[in-house]
Design a protein around this ligand. Structure first.
Ligand code: GMT
Length: 377
């Protein structure tokens, strides 16, 4: 049996799919007996209950008076080096190249020993930041100096190669959901709080950033609701929220749209939906679509980025060109007016989530990568 590892994990701990994936991975590795040390500025929001193999090390930023901007990155790099030395970590697994992979590189330099680093790219570190000429060389350095680099979709691998001219190998490690948490939950009573028996529920969950095109969600719903008795549930918060509220008022849809805010128990919330809407402009993976899939809810959305690797068009959802709200609305209508087709999609969703994006399989993939960089095959 391969030896148990001591792994430092750094991610954005407060919100977003990357933080969720990093935290869930840490929990699963801890269940397998590895010792996991989260090194982050706040406690990861999905950490949950106590586990004897999980430790949390808080990065504290020194607000020394000469600093105009307190240097979080330097504090993180120092903390990584300190924890790695004290806890004798085998490796650091960082999620996001900027600044985490750069900090891991610094920590490695500071320690001067056999500390290994693994970087997982999640999307915007490449698709947005790598477009910025002033950051390109830094991101390229961080990637080249990692002992292994993984990305959450083939699309993201291609984009990383093109934008940064990277030729070194990048491992594909799809995101996953824990099938013990994500499964169709009993939701009839909750549904009744939002929709009448004959009404369908459309749902959108995101951080309401412009890239999610929440305006399209409303446009799709507006078209669907003209033809089908339905409700729209919007889950999450973010910069576009007030604009969206305004749009809903202007369209006179207030009675048919509910804002649920940020929600912790996503599996329970998604289980209320008949369909998830994800019309994003950019999406390296689209974790929420996988969460929905695992709860038996098909996705209707755009074919941006890595979404087609997750959603099989015509089997577990329907995908259209970005911004084609007419087509997306027609697809929602098609799916929600055909009971047999909806059930077929639902079963395909459950099968695909459990078999292709299963927590056990992906955790094993990461373990293999760790053993590889440590020379333990
Ligand atoms: O999409 C966001 O706004 C959040 C961002 C994050 O940091 O969590 O999501 C990125 O990583 C997720 C986990 O790998 C992916 O599921 C999302 O598709 C990706 N977002 C983008 O590519 C825009």
């Amino acid at each position: 049996m391969a030896r148990k590892l001591k792994i430092g994990i750094t991610c954005y701990p407060t919100l977003g799919g990357s933080g969720v994936v990093a935290t869930e991975l840490g929990k699963l590795l801890a269940e397998r007996g590895h010792e996991i040390h989260f090194i982050t500025h706040s406690i990861p929001f999905r950490l949950g209950k106590f586990n004897k193999n999980i430790f949390y090390h808080e990065v504290e930023v020194n607000d020394y008076y000469v600093f105009r901007y307190p240097p979080y990155d330097l504090a993180l790099a120092s903390k990584m080096a300190q924890v790695a030395k004290m806890q004798q970590l085998d490796l650091l697994h960082v999620h996001y190249a900027v600044p985490h992979a750069v900090c891991a590189y610094l920590a490695k330099q500071m320690n001067g020993d056999g500390l290994r680093t693994v970087t997982t790219l999640h999307g915007t570190d490449i698709t947005v930041l790598a477009q910025d000429e002033s950051l390109k060389d830094l991101i390229r350095l961080a990637i080249h100096q990692s002992d292994a680099v993984t990305a959450v979709s083939n699309d993201l691998i291609q984009e990383t190669r093109q934008l940064l001219d990277i030729t070194t190998p990048i491992d594909l490690t799809y995101n996953f959901v824990d099938k013990r948490v994500y499964y169709p939950r009993e939701a009839a009573a909750l549904r009744a709080d939002f929709a009448a028996e004959d009404e369908k529920i459309l749902m959108h969950i995101s951080n309401f950033r412009p890239v999610k095109r929440v305006g399209d969600v409303v446009d799709i719903f507006e078209r669907v609701s003209r033809k089908l008795p339905s409700k729209l549930l919007l889950v999450g918060e973010g910069p576009e929220l007030s604009k969206i509220q305004c749009k809903i008022r202007q369209l006179g849809l207030e009675d048919r749209v509910h804002f649920l805010g940020k929600q912790e128990d996503v599996a329970q919330v998604i289980s209320m939906a008949d369909v998830l809407l994800l019309p994003s402009e950019k999406e390296s993976f689209g974790l929420v679509a996988l969460e929905a899939m695992a709860c038996g809810v098909p996705t209707i959305g755009s074919n941006a980025g890595g979404i087609p690797e997750l959603i099989t068009h015509g089997e577990t959802g329907f995908l259209s060109p970005i911004g084609d709200v007419e087509d997306m609305a027609a697809n929602v209508e098609r799916l929600l007016t055909d009971k047999k087709l909806h059930e077929q999609f639902r079963q395909a969703c459950l099968f695909r989530a459990r078999n292709e994006f299963c927590n056990d399989v992906i955790t094993t993939q990461y373990e293999h990568i760790y053993y590889r960089v440590l020379g333990i095959e």
